[in-house]
Design a protein around this ligand. Structure first.
Ligand SMILES: Nc1ncnc2c1ncn2[C@@H]1O[C@H](COP(=O)(O)OP(=O)(O)OP(=O)(O)O)[C@@H](O)[C@H]1O
Ligand SMILES: [Mg+2]
Length: 323
């Protein structure tokens, strides 16, 4: 089941600004431009990797996709249905088919619940199974994610970080979702454990046929996981390309700068580009192209006119006046 065009999720022109106070004593409110006009589609059964520096809006976009955060404007299509304003029972039924895996396996599991109950909670909430069946289903899922069946009786604190992330994965797939937002699912894990968890996520994706919106700031992880890569900068998408082309021949100067900083990715020989300066404040993003203050290609036009995300090569999108 997908939208008619094979997409599970389609975001159109999403905006999300957060009001913040200028200072503790001030009444004046400012707006954090977390998402500024983002459109992105996730095909059924595939992975779209969302990458970008800290604070560029990745988590917010993932949460908007699941409507855990309400967008200010824009449209969210899930399996072809407009869910932007869906409420009540209909939204509850839709929620079953969308899940999230969090970055921090320590805080995302209820420490007072047994693992079997954590994994089986979705079945209980949606009235799919009774408690005896849930126990059996939970054991089967725990085995599937590489834990032992008796893990069901234990509490989260009895497990290591990697094992807890396996529990988080079991919980996420318990209702056979069509879309999983994985928000930095391995960033808090040791490198040796990261690869195991990534491979588990890939195997399970194949088995269950679900799509991932996979958020990471680590290009190596993105490369391992994604069919399509989307690059975000200060609330806007800079490039969306198939992964192979993205890593072999990056188009956008921001993408090129990011890749240049990771010499061990293979693919094309890396350019010598140094990303200058800090990412500007999302409270007052630069006019024109958001990236122009750090761009090695920037010209006068870039300071004045914001380049739209447009097809820059067949099947590839970039937001730059000069690619
Ligand atoms: N509830 C909130 N209230 C105010 N500002 C927020 C809120 N949530 C996010 N922001 C701001 O919105 C911007 C985008 O945040 P977001 O967490 O989406 O970024 P991110 O790309 O996930 O960053 P990271 O890589 O650090 O996780 C940041 O400037 C952040 O401070
Ligand atoms: Mg984040």
């Amino acid at each position: 089941m997908t939208g008619g065009d094979g997409t599970v999720l389609s975001l159109t022109d999403i905006f999300k600004h957060f009001p913040v106070r200028r200072s503790f004593f001030s009444r004046e409110t400012l707006r954090v431009h977390a998402i500024d006009g983002v459109s992105l589609a996730v095909p059924a059964g595939k992975t779209v990797g969302l990458v970008g520096e800290s604070g560029c809006g990745k988590t917010t976009l993932g949460r908007v996709a699941l409507r855990l955060v309400e967008p200010d404007s824009g449209k969210i299509l899930f399996l072809g249905q407009d869910i932007t304003a869906l409420a009540g029972e209909e939204m509850r039924r839709t929620r079953k088919m969308m899940q999230i895996i969090f970055q921090d396996p320590y805080s995302s599991l209820n420490p007072r619940m047994r693992v079997g109950d954590i994994v089986g909670e979705g079945w209980l909430v949606h009235g799919i199974a009774g408690s005896r069946e849930i126990r059996e289903l939970a054991e089967r899922l725990l085995l599937r994610v590489g834990l032992s069946a008796d893990a069901a009786d234990k509490y989260p604190h009895e497990f290591s970080g990697g094992q807890r992330q396996r529990i988080g994965i079991a919980r996420a797939i318990s209702l056979s979702p069509k879309l999983v937002v994985a928000d930095e699912p391995v960033s808090s894990l040791d490198v040796s454990v990261q690869a195991q968890i990534l491979n588990l996520l890939k195997d399970i994706q194949e088995e269950y046929g679900m799509a991932y919106l996979f958020v990471s700031h680590d290009l190596r992880v993105i490369r391992h996981m994604s069919e399509t890569v989307a690059v975000m900068y200060l609330g806007k998408l800079m490039e969306v390309s198939p992964a192979e082309e993205f890593f072999g021949n990056p188009l956008h100067p921001y993408t090129r700068s990011l890749l240049a900083a990771v010499p061990m990715l293979g693919g094309a020989p890396r350019e010598k580009i140094v990303l200058r300066g800090e990412i500007p404040s999302p409270v007052s993003p630069p006019p024109g192209c958001r990236f122009h203050t750090r761009c090695f290609m920037a010209r006068k036009l870039c300071e004045e006119v914001c380049p739209p995300l447009r097809e820059a090569a067949p099947g590839r999108m970039a937001a730059c006046h000069f690619v």
